[in-house]
Ligand binder design. Structure first.
Ligand code: BES
Ligand code: MN
Ligand code: ZN
Length: 512
């Protein structure tokens, strides 16, 4: 997809469709108003009544056959007082999905006047949203049903800072491509996305982004004592992989942020097998790992000044004849023994060794992401991910960096009680407790493997994929937590991208 920033007036832009923003409960402004005058009140006709109220991503199309812009798509941005820059990603995504499915390959976007002063953030969101709106979910279909093939987008810069828009659009392209890469990996079914395939995809992305990569096979895992990860992998013929990506943006520093992701390419539950209903969705159980790989690829391309490592334990969880059994005791890399109460609580088992390995490789801060517990979906639904931590200051920093991205994280507690609950009578830990506080006991289990390293655990079980489509996003993987990971890296580096984008965002919210 080609991205262009153009100083053309809205009425003279050559495109397949021109997208204009409409705030609810406001009179038309900017591009919408200019075009309305040109079109003899056609937009006012729509927004004046019930046809388009301007709620977020609500849309209405007006044809303008003889004009250079051919069509005007009015897209709602909600109430102006509640506007946040990330909504522009949804604005762009909704437009691309609507127009793309109707064969339009060239789309121009007008921006609302409120983005003045925050142009870099605005352009980044537009490009990220447009790229992701155009995801092709039909690659396995012989006769694709309304595939979107977007070739070109234009962002109109009239009255705005063109250089900042250009800079933001570049970041948006890198971030958007990473989010897309994560979503495509997750979308790929488990027969095509095995741990070996995941490692191959990571290798390709690492090459493109100039990252170091090391993929451990089971022999090396054995030598390192990763008995917890190997225990999960025993039930499958597919070899487990530990994927390690390294980015050295600040070679003189000893600090190293580690991103650790659950790469469970298919979770049948193992011997404690899951019910058949919705089991197919467990191909998405590698979303945390895909998020780490994709975020690393964006970080390699954006080049923030810090060191980051991505660690992805990848395995299947199947009930093969050699599979681990309830009651088995595994030994993790740090020597801790784990009583397997339920083979379906496998995510924490593979992460245990992932976290130990990240520390061994020199991690000084760790964030992990995992589709870890069904309990998280019960607690927060699909509206937010859970965030647990052993370090309040680090968590605050993460939450502040993540907020402007549009991904939501909600702080949940890690009381000592939950650590007590995961103690075993026969081993050091047990991998499953009773029903209460399932997300938090899972977090307490992971905490036993990070010792005193500042750490955040993100449970993305309800947010990494959705079983419904929205105006702006196809059903399936969402790309969570890629945006937050990239924003955190930028914030820790304290330089480019979202550090700017977010302070711009804050300025923007203040300016209104
Ligand atoms: N991958 C699942 C968690 C999950 C469930 C993610 C539903 C998304 C949607 C995880 O491996 C799992 O099975 N967790 C168990 C843990 C339990 C056995 C302690 C769960 O949540 O039921
Ligand atoms: Mn499971
Ligand atoms: Zn799982």
């Amino acid at each position: 997809m080609q991205v262009r920033i153009a100083a053309d007036a809205p009425s003279s832009v050559q495109t397949g469709a021109l997208v204009v923003p409409i705030f609810s409960k406001e009179s038309m402004q900017g591009a919408a108003q200019a075009l309305d005058t040109e079109l003899g009140g056609a937009l006012a006709d729509i927004t004046g009544g019930e046809e388009l109220k301007g709620s977020l991503c609500e849309l209405a199309l007006v044809h303008a056959k003889d004009k250079p812009y051919r069509r005007v798509l009015a897209v709602g941005l909600g109430e102006k007082a509640k506007f946040e820059p990330y909504m522009l990603a949804r604005y762009a995504g909704a437009a691309v999905r609507h127009l793309g499915k109707r064969g339009i390959k060239d789309i121009a976007f007008a921006l609302p006047e409120v983005v003045k002063g925050a142009e870099a953030a605005a352009a980044s969101f537009i490009v990220e949203g447009a790229l992701n709106g155009a995801i092709d979910t039909t690659i396995y279909q012989n006769e694709p049903d309304r595939a979107i093939s977007l070739e070109k987008i234009t962002i109109l810069s009239e009255g705005l800072d063109k250089a900042a828009l250009e800079q933001g659009a570049k970041r948006g392209e890198i971030l958007g491509e990473a989010v897309l890469a994560a979503r495509r990996m997750a979308l790929t079914p488990a027969n095509d996305m095995t741990p070996t395939h995941m490692a191959q995809r990571a290798t390709e992305l690492a090459k493109e982004a100039g990252l170091e990569i090391d993929v451990l096979d089971e022999k090396r895992m054995q030598e390192l004592g990763m008995g917890s990860l190997l225990g999960v992998s025993r039930g499958s013929d597919e070899e487990a992989k530990m994927i390690v990506l390294t980015y050295k943006g600040d070679p003189s520093s000893d600090s190293m942020l580690a991103l650790v992701g659950k790469g469970l390419t298919f979770d049948s539950g193992g011997i404690s097998i899951k019910p058949a209903e919705n089991m197919h969705e467990m191909k998405y159980d590698m979303s945390g790992g895909a998020g780490v790989i994709a975020a690393m690829s964006a970080i390699g391309r954006l080049k923030p000044k810090l060191n980051v490592m991505g660690v992805v334990p990848a395995s299947e969880n199947l009930p093969g004849h050699r599979a681990m059994k309830p009651g088995d005791i595994l030994r993790a890399m740090n020597g801790k023994t784990i009583e397997v109460i339920n083979t379906d609580a496998e995510g924490r088992l593979i992460l245990a060794d992932g976290l130990c390995y990240a520390r061994k490789l020199g991690a000084t801060k760790i964030v992990d992401a995992a589709t870890l517990t069904g309990a998280c979906v019960v607690a927060l639904g699909h509206a937010a991910s859970a965030a647990l931590s052993n370090d309040d200051a680090f968590l605050e920093q993460f939450l502040a960096a993540a907020k402007p991205t549009g991904e939501r994280y909600w702080h949940m507690p890690l009381y000592e009680d939950y650590s007590t609950a995961v103690k075993s009578e026969i081993a050091d830990l047990r991998n499953s407790t009773g029903r209460p506080a399932g997300t938090l006991t899972a977090g307490a289990f992971l905490k036993a493997f990070v010792e005193d390293t500042p750490w955040i655990h993100l449970d993305v079980a309800g947010t990494a994929y959705l079983d419904t489509e929205s105006a702006w996003q196809a059903k399936g993987p969402t790309g969570t937590p890629v945006r937050a990971f990239v924003a955190l890296a930028e914030a820790l580096a304290g330089d480019s991208g979202s550090a700017k984008a977010s302070s711009n965002g804050a300025a923007l919210t203040g300016v209104r």
